[in-house]
Ligand binder design. Structure first.
Ligand code: HEC
Length: 234
C-alpha cells in the first residue's frame, strides 16, 4: 500500500515530511516516478526523441491512410485481387481467344503445359479449399478417380463449373470466371484423373470410362455413328 505523504517516518528528522526525508537519503529521489513495488523503484526517464517522433509520424500517417483506404476510394486487398484475376482472365482471352466448351477443345488443352500450369494456380486459389490442391477431395468429391456424380462426358465438367451444383455446395463460377477460363479449368480437371492420388476421398457417383484419348477419336465417334463399314481412312 502506498503510504500517505506527510507522515513522519524517521523520528530523528521530525520536522521533515516523508518525501523530504527520502530525498535526503536518496540523491536521485527527484528523478523517480514514485512507484514502489516491493522496494523496486522506477526512474522517470523521458522516452527517446526518435521514438516519440516515430510514434507521432505513425499517427500522422494513419489519418490520410484511414481516410483513403477505409473511408475513401482507395483499393482494398480484395479489389486488388479481383483486378489481378480480371487481368489474368483478359490475358488468357488474348492468348486463347474465346474458347468453346466442346470436347475436342477441352481434350486438346490438357496437353498445353503452360495453360495447365496456370490452371493449377487457379485451382489452388479457387477450388482447393473444397477439393484439395491435388484434387483428391474433401468437402467436394475426389476429382482424380474414375467416379463422377454429375459428369458423364468431358463437356459436363464445363457445365458443372458454369452452373455449379449449388444445392450440394458446389458454387457456380460463371460470374467469377470467363468462359475461356472455365474451358481451360475444365481441361485441367479432366487431366486430374490421369494422376490418381493415393488416400484421396472415397469414390462417389458412377464409374465413367476414360475420356477419349484424342480429338480424332471424338470426331470419328460423332461423325460416323455405327457406320458399319471399315472405310475410316483419312
Ligand atoms: C465450397 C466448396 C467448393 C468449391 C470452392 C468448389 N467446389 Fe467443386 N464441388 C463441391 C461439391 C460439394 C461438389 C459435389 C456436388 C454434388 O454432390 O453434386 C463439387 C463438385 C464438383 C465437380 C463435379 C464432380 C462430380 O463428381 O460430379 C467438379 C468438376 C468440380 N466440383 C470442380 C470444381 C472446380 C474446378 C472448382 C474451382 C473453380 C470447384 N469445384 C470449387 C464443392 C466445391
Amino acid at each position: 500500500m502506498p503510504r500517505a505523504t506527510g507522515v513522519i517516518i524517521n523520528p530523528d528528522l521530525p520536522d521533515m515530511t516523508e518525501q523530504e526525508q527520502q530525498s535526503q537519503q536518496h540523491p536521485d529521489r527527484d528523478r523517480l516516478t514514485g512507484h514502489d513495488y516491493d522496494g523496486i523503484e522506477e526512474y522517470d526517464n523521458p522516452l527517446p526523441g526518435w521514438w516519440v517522433w516515430l510514434f507521432t509520424l505513425t499517427i500522422i500517417f494513419a489519418i490520410p491512410y484511414v481516410m483513403w483506404y477505409h473511408l475513401g476510394a482507395g483499393p482494398s486487398i480484395q479489389d486488388n485481387l479481383d483486378a489481378e484475376v480480371e487481368a489474368y482472365g483478359a490475358q488468357l482471352l488474348a492468348i486463347y481467344g474465346d474458347l468453346q466448351p466442346d470436347a475436342p477443345t477441352i481434350l486438346d488443352l490438357r496437353s498445353d503445359q503452360a495453360a495447365m500450369a496456370g490452371m493449377a494456380g487457379l485451382f489452388k486459389g479457387k477450388c482447393a479449399q473444397c477439393h484439395v490442391a491435388d484434387g483428391s477431395g474433401d468437402v467436394g468429391p475426389n476429382l482424380t478417380d474414375d467416379y463422377w456424380i454429375n459428369v458423364r462426358d468431358v463437356t459436363d465438367i464445363a457445365t458443372v463449373l458454369t452452373q455449379g451444383v449449388v444445392a450440394k455446395g458446389m458454387p457456380a463460377w460463371d460470374r467469377q470466371l470467363t468462359q475461356t477460363q472455365i474451358v481451360l479449368l475444365s481441361a485441367y480437371v479432366a487431366q486430374l484423373r490421369d494422376n490418381p492420388v493415393a488416400g484421396g476421398k472415397a469414390p462417389q457417383g458412377e464409374f465413367v470410362e476414360p475420356w477419349p484419348q484424342t480429338t480424332i477419336e471424338i470426331v470419328v465417334d460423332e461423325e460416323e455413328p455405327e457406320s458399319g463399314t471399315d472405310e475410316r481412312l483419312p
